[in-house]
Design a protein around this ligand. Structure first.
Ligand code: MRU
Length: 329
């Protein structure tokens, strides 16, 4: 199982909309196909989206009649419009654009080589960041602990071993015997379809629960810590993540369970003062509404993310170490 791989001619992704039933790999050869895969959540999770977009920009740049910062910017802007909340998307594309702009007048071949190097560096750095997050996060775990996670912040969301799931993988290697609980994560079931799939395949002890069960699991003393990822973290520590994360953080505080966010520094948005400035993606009603209303109009809201207040986050684990409140990122 490989989340994504650049083969030279194509970005090959594991189509996450088909999991857990089938492992289908899709070769993406144009930025439009990469954009579609990001919009449709075939490739998803903030760091993986950034890596995919970087290769998408390289593929687009290669196909341009004239490769200049201006023509490449058009490709980058189209890719950036795929999803608004995960800052890793624009972070990776801006990094690619800076690599291009740093060599004005260079021959085309050199510019293309430079873009490919940068995309490969973004992927390699993400892989290294995941491992480092895992090593720092391990210090927050104890043998035999019950850990609750939401959505999917694992191998399927990154180029490496994940963010929130990275400490769990390392703990498993050390024989910690954790009991992991995965929220199903309505409406698209990233927890049920993806987190349970990847953790079970790796041999971890994982139990699927409905989102609404988290409170009772905490009350029963089964949860020693909550670990989630993030899509964008504001300067004050407010963190956007999959809808339902805020509720978990409130519950965790009520029941005295530590709540941790794990994310690479590419998820920190220095331009964003607090959570109120984070744009939340609204997705289609069909993802939420059950069928069967016939002609009856039903109003649906489907914000894909919510923002957890910094005050509810006991620590933010990055590849550089563990940050504690008050956050000044
Ligand atoms: O809509 P998704 O599936 O892309 O949402 C993903 C999440 O909310 C993850 O928790 C987040 O991107 C962190 S991934 C390491």
């Amino acid at each position: 199982m490989k989340t994504l791989e650049f083969t030279g001619g194509a970005l090959v992704i594991l189509d996450q909309t088909r999991l857990p039933d089938k492992e289908v790999y899709l070769p993406l050869t144009t930025p439009d196909r990469v954009r579609e895969a990001i919009c449709a959540l075939r490739v998803r999770g903030a760091p993986a989206i950034g890596v995919a977009a970087a290769y998408g920009l390289y593929l687009g740049a290669r196909a341009l009649d004239r490769l200049t910062p201006e023509t490449a910017r058009g490709v980058a802007e189209r890719l950036a419009s795929a999803r608004p909340t995960a800052v890793n998307l624009t972070w990776a594309l801006e990094r690619m654009m800076r690599a291009l702009e740093a060599h004005p007048g260079a021959p085309r071949e050199a510019l293309e080589r430079r873009l490919l190097e940068e995309a490969r560096a973004i992927e390699a750095e993400d892989k290294a960041a995941c491992r480092a997050i895992g090593e720092h996060g391990l210090s927050l775990l104890r043998p035999d602990m019950g850990v609750l996670t939401h959505c999917n912040a694992g191998k399927l969301a990154t180029a490496g071993i994940g963010t929130a799931l990275a400490p769990l993988y390392l703990a498993h290697e050390k024989g910690y015997n954790l009991r992991v609980y995965a929220d199903e994560t309505r409406p698209l079931l990233q927890g049920a379809r993806l987190t349970v799939y990847e953790l079970a395949r790796a041999g971890l002890d994982v139990t699927l629960i409905c989102d609404g069960m988290a409170a009772a699991m905490m009350k029963a003393g089964r949860i020693g810590a909550v670990f989630t990822g993030a899509d964008r973290i504001a300067r004050n520590g407010d963190a956007a993540n999959k809808t339902g994360t805020l509720g978990l953080a409130v519950l965790a505080r009520h029941f005295g369970v530590p709540f941790y966010i794990c994310a690479p520094t590419s998820t920190l948005d220095a331009a964003c003062p607090d959570g109120g400035a984070i744009v939340i993606e609204e997705r289609g009603a069909e993802e939420v509404a059950p069928r069967g209303y016939g002609e009856t109009p039903v109003r649906v809201r489907n914000p894909a993310f919510d923002v957890t207040d910094a005050a509810l986050i006991d620590a933010i684990v990055t590849e550089r170490g563990i940050l504690r409140p008050p956050y000044r990122l």
